[in-house]
Ligand binder design. Structure first.
Ligand code: ATP
Ligand code: MG
Length: 481
């Protein structure tokens, strides 16, 4: 046992198993204890802070976002008080610090305002704890790492610990950093421990659910009750809940109730939708017309759609990059060479005569299908895709599968990365102007295409999708990606 003092500590006789796991991770620098409400996270953070207080020179600090969060009855400072009053530790109310007979200290801090983090400049801690991590800014969190150090002869481990429920302002950065859904290979020195309400035997879970959690809306309830890390940012797309497909070589394997269903790739129509940065000219500060570089990225999204009434969409790839204006078309050509799309589509306000002409230079780019947008706003334009997503008609690749064809590690990483981009952007999509929504735009086009699509249509040459540039539907090409 690595933490002899703590595990013998009479103050906390009743640790639950998850808390013990969390406390035993001395050789991992960064651990986040995250999940359901009432899992015992705050308590565990406090226990962690007290783990080495018998070691001279040990310094721990526990952060909440505001001073009020720290000082409310039942909050961290109050709980520490309950545990430590009556012991030989001494409280200093001015600097919110307990000092132990060994000289070790436990302080409480907050990072409310922009520059609060600099108040800890020059301090040195071996344990830094953050409770309700999603309330903090990542910048403040990472800054505090510079305060994590010790004297050469000090044996205690250096630890940054945090606890949080999913949701809240910092949900996305915390999720990205700790990967609570286990989608990436582990990062050395960083760990996520998942807390569930049932892990904490000291709380009447049924009663808590019935009387307290039942008051919450269903999303927050899922986050608090189950520790669900699904993104609920914009409340329109829930890509984490979309069904997954397994690439079985010549077919997509999907779940159909408790059975598997196979969708043959030859029965699908390959589509690329795009939203390119137009480099809109705008007035610069000097009054001259400048090319706008900020914000706007180009997005290309590739999917296979079933040639039937369902119009199921299997996402195969997406790119979201800042691409120089002149390189947009060559990049599209490169993508068309690789994926051989049957349809390439874009919103009509996103297509210029020059681009059309430019595309003609590349045989592999089919005539681009302009999607009429009228004056509809982004949210209206996205309805078709939002509904399709909601009804389980859009599929993302299953990254965890052991079945299907074996892909190289490189392919896996590439897939991981675009799936993450797509999920993050869709989840955060609100339809408001100015947010990064290029990928969301391409997904919106997919949805409208699928709505317009009539089965069998793409097997004939069809005026409405343009004949020129379209090659006959080539089944072999569907194996290539
Ligand atoms: N090991 C323990 N021994 C005794 N009581 C405990 C223990 N761990 C947690 N508790 C009690 O269970 C309750 C919930 O614990 P805690 O507040 O730490 O959970 P939490 O995960 O931080 O909850 P929230 O998500 O609401 O912040 C508290 O009343 C706490 O005192
Ligand atoms: Mg808590």
């Amino acid at each position: 046992m690595r933490n002899p003092w703590m595990l013998r500590n009479p103050i906390f006789p009743k640790r639950n198993q998850k808390q013990v796991d969390f406390l035993m991770l001395d050789d991992v620098t960064e651990v986040m204890y995250g999940g359901a409400a009432g899992g015992g996270k705050s308590e565990a953070l406090l226990m962690g802070a007290l783990q080495y207080v018998e070691v001279p020179g040990y310094a721990a600090i526990l952060f909440r976002k505001t001073y009020q969060d720290l000082s409310l009855p039942g909050a961290l400072m109050d709980r520490a008080g309950e545990v430590l009053s009556g012991t030989s530790a001494r409280w200093n109310g001015t600097n919110h610090t307990w000092t132990f007979p060994s000289g070790a200290t436990l302080s409480f801090g907050y990072l409310d305002k922009e520059n609060d983090r600099f108040r800890y400049q020059g301090s040195e801690f071996q344990y830094i704890g953050f409770d309700e991590l999603t309330q903090f800014k990542e910048r403040d969190y990472t800054y505090l790492f510079s305060r994590l150090r010790k004297k050469i002869d000090n044996q205690v481990p250096l630890r940054v610990r945090s606890g949080t429920n999913p949701g809240g302002a910092g949900h996305l950065w915390v999720k990205k950093r700790f990967d609570p859904q286990g989608r990436r290979p582990p990062i050395p020195g960083r760990m996520f421990v998942g807390a569930k309400l049932k892990d904490n035997p000291h709380i009447d879970a049924e009663d808590y659910k019935k009387t307290s959690l039942s008051q919450l809306d269903s999303q927050t309830r899922k986050q608090y009750e189950e520790g669900d890390w699904t993104d609920f940012g914009g409340n329109f797309y829930y890509p984490d809940l979309w069904p997954r497909y397994i690439d079985a070589g010549d077919a997509y394997r999907i779940r159909d109730g408790d059975r598997w269903r196979h969708i043959r790739k030859v029965d699908c129509c390959r589509i690329i939708t795009l939203d390119w940065a137009m480099g809109k000219p705008k007035k610069g500060s000097t009054g001259e017309i400048e090319q706008e570089l900020g914000g706007d990225c180009t997005a290309f999204t590739v999917a296979d759609m079933t040639d039937d009434d369902d119009g199921l969409l299997f996402y195969l790839y997406c790119i979201n990059e800042r691409i120089p204006l002149g390189s947009n078309v060559p990049r599209l050509a490169e993508l068309c060479r690789r994926y051989r799309p049957f349809i390439v589509a874009a919103d009509d306000d996103n297509l210029t005569e020059a681009m059309f002409l430019d595309c003609r230079r590349f045989r592999e780019i089919p005539t681009i299908k302009p999607m009429r947008i009228g004056s509809r706003n982004k949210l209206t334009r996205s309805q078709a895709a939002i509904v399709r997503g909601d009804r389980g008609k859009m599929f993302l690749p299953d990254l965890d599968t052991e079945y299907g064809i074996i892909h190289s590690a490189e392919h896996r990483n590439r897939t991981q990365s675009w799936v993450e981009t797509l999920c993050d952007q869709l989840a955060a999509f609100t339809g408001a102007d100015g947010e990064p929504d290029d990928v969301a735009d391409t997904v919106a086009i997919m949805g409208r295409l699928a709505d317009e699509f009539r089965p069998g249509e793409n097997r004939d040459s069809d005026e409405s999708v343009g004949e020129e540039g379209y090659r006959p539907y080539d089944t072999l090409n569907n194996f290539m990606h």
